[in-house]
Design a binder for this molecule. Structure first.
Ligand SMILES: NC(=O)c1ccc[n+]([C@@H]2O[C@H](COP(=O)([O-])OP(=O)(O)OC[C@H]3O[C@@H](n4cnc5c(N)ncnc54)[C@H](OP(=O)(O)O)[C@@H]3O)[C@@H](O)[C@H]2O)c1
Length: 244
């Protein structure tokens, strides 16, 4: 079987960990997995890289390591790492935290997408970039100014990239994964109600069992990428389709 390549950020927990497990089961993918923490899994197809995606100078220097050349059947980049940021209103946000959030949610996936396109533009492989966005990219949420705006920006960046590569073998998706039972949701539930008026609603999602499991969402991400030709457009939402 011909080999494929997956570059995945934010693999250490949450949705990224479930995506990692899904692709490890496929056997034919070499996986370059990037987070601050390593899982330490011993698997011949897995190469874990520990970096802080908020440190853009380190990321820039490491970029050549992430995109090996090879006769791949498919090359996939999933920019999944993300941070909800400080949950507070505009006016009291800390400059360093804003900068870290923009770096992780927006600039790091922009760097990686740009370098991925440069690395594989002449490859005959099927080439897919999936930037994990959020429903919050198109809906203002009080307390989430940095989160909503960085997710909106990466969604637009992805749409522009698709427009520029319309008649190429590249395919770009900006994917909203729904509301998932991960540490990010834990962090959201720990916000102060005075900073985050939607707190009760988010606490209720957990109590009512309305959160998707990371495994369910990862299966949908994998289905979308395996059947990319069945999906029209850049902006996608896992809640818009069911698995067969
Ligand atoms: N959970 C939801 O309900 C929800 C809803 C909509 C969209 N999303 C999006 O889905 C994606 C995954 O979210 P999740 O809920 O799985 O989040 P999570 O449980 O908080 O996991 C985030 C992942 O990103 C990595 N990461 C965070 N900051 C990083 C940094 N500075 N450098 C390198 N890696 C970093 C983390 O690894 P380390 O900590 O080891 O670095 C971790 O693997 C995010 O883009 C998020 O915005 C989630």
């Amino acid at each position: 079987m011909k080999h494929s390549l997956l570059i995945l950020t934010g693999h250490s927990k949450g949705l990224g960990r479930a995506i990692l497990d899904t692709y490890l089961q496929k056997d034919n993918y070499t996986i370059i997995a990037i987070s601050r923490s390593k899982l330490g899994l011993k698997h011949p197809n897995l190469h874990e890289v520990s970096i802080d995606l908020g440190d853009l100078d380190v990321l820039e220097n490491k970029l050549p390591e992430f995109f090996p050349s090879g006769d791949y059947e498919e090359v996939v980049l999933i920019n999944n790492a993300g941070w909800i940021g400080e949950i507070k209103p505009v006016g009291v946000l800390q400059v360093k935290q804003m900068r870290a959030q923009v770096n992780v949610n927006l600039l790091a996936p922009m760097y990686l997408t740009n370098a991925f396109v440069a690395a594989y533009k002449d490859s005959n492989a099927k080439k897919i970039i999936c930037n994990i966005s959020s429903g919050a990219s198109s809906r203002p949420v009080a307390g989430w100014a940095g989160y909503c705006s960085t997710k909106a920006a990466i969604a637009m960046f992805t749409q522009v990239a698709e427009k520029e590569h319309e008649n190429s073998q590249f395919r770009f998706f900006s994917l909203a994964p729904g509301i998932i039972d991960t540490e990010m949701q834990d962090e959201i539930r720990q916000a102060e109600e005075s900073d985050f008026p939607d707190l009760a609603r988010f606490k209720n999602y957990k109590v009512a069992g309305d959160l998707s499991s990371p495994e369910t969402v990862a299966a949908k991400v994998s289905y979308l990428l395996d059947h990319s030709e069945d999906f029209e457009g850049v902006i996608q939402d896992v809640r818009a389709f069911d698995l067969p």
